[in-house]
Design a protein around this ligand. Structure first.
Ligand code: BTN
Length: 264
């Protein structure tokens, strides 16, 4: 039985807005794409779209996101929101913080953030986040928060993906997908509610959870590759790095990897 028990999710979430409407699809091209179609048809703030499998799941830079049936959480949250581009960067950090917390609560494993959008356990990527935004009639802005979590894949599923893993592989036991989804929805609303009041993110929490802070990394940014040390993360969600010539850069979006591997 590969379907996800949406009743379980509806009964167990503790939220006021997020996930009050859930659309479940056994199969869809991409839950983010489905959100775009839903937005075109009307009111959808807080709606969560979940699929058992995606036939065209996408990650950042339009990379393929493999989304097999029965083993993953492939979900997107729709927000109707007039966030500016600075707030969008904060929203990405906020989503990482909330997904990290949700996964750590469900698995009881130390869970980290690899800036800007990966969630990591034991130095392996278990989850990725893809935020997209859309405008209608140049006015109303919607944000789509796409979240993918590898939940119950076995180690053999990652033969060609050295840096990836699943919650079950790392925990060495089965993880209930519905529980993972509930916790993600609860944590996301908690963090987002706070953000709407303060317009701030807890940067100390990001620093504590970061696998990159004080590491030497390769950054692909503005069509260049630079090697630098990660010095800090700022209130606006940006990463501060210093290269070997002592140049300091503030980076809001980039691909980052360790000098020799995904993290190290
Ligand atoms: C990344 O690591 O590059 C981001 C991956 C985001 C994957 C999720 S799965 C649900 C949603 N639908 C998609 O097509 N992508 C996101």
């Amino acid at each position: 039985m590969n379907n996800i028990d949406v009743n379980y999710i509806s009964k167990n979430i503790k939220t006021h807005t997020i996930g009050k409407k859930i659309r479940f699809l056994s199969s869809v091209d991409s839950t983010n794409q489905e959100c775009k179609r839903i937005i075109n048809c009307g009111e959808a703030h807080g709606m969560v779209v979940i699929a058992d499998t995606q036939t065209n799941g996408r990650g950042r830079h339009n990379r393929e996101w493999i989304s097999p049936s029965g083993v993953g959480v492939w979900m997107s949250i729709i927000l109707k929101s007039s966030l500016n581009s600075e707030d969008l960067i904060k929203l990405s950090t906020l989503t990482c913080l909330s997904v990290r917390k949700a996964i750590e609560t469900v698995t009881e494993l130390n869970t980290y953030i690899k800036w800007p959008n990966d969630i990591v356990i034991n130095k392996k990527k278990v989850s990725g986040i893809l935020i997209e935004s859309t405008t209608i009639k140049q006015k109303t802005k919607f944000v789509i928060i796409g979240i993918g979590v590898n939940v119950n894949q076995s180690r053999s599923n990652f033969k060609t993906l050295d840096n990836a893993s699943s919650l079950a592989v790392e925990k060495q036991s089965y993880v209930k997908r519905e529980e993972t989804i509930c916790k993600i929805i609860d944590c996301f609303e908690e963090y987002y509610k706070e953000f709407l009041i303060t317009r701030r993110i807890d940067i100390d929490e990001l620093k504590k959870a970061s696998v990159l802070l004080h590491k030497r990394v390769v950054i692909t940014y503005a069509n260049k590759e630079i090697i630098a040390n990660v010095e800090d993360f700022m209130e606006d969600g940006s990463m501060i790095v210093r290269d070997d010539l002592d140049n300091v850069f503030s980076i809001s979006s980039a691909s980052v990897r360790g000098l020799n591997s995904y993290i190290d």
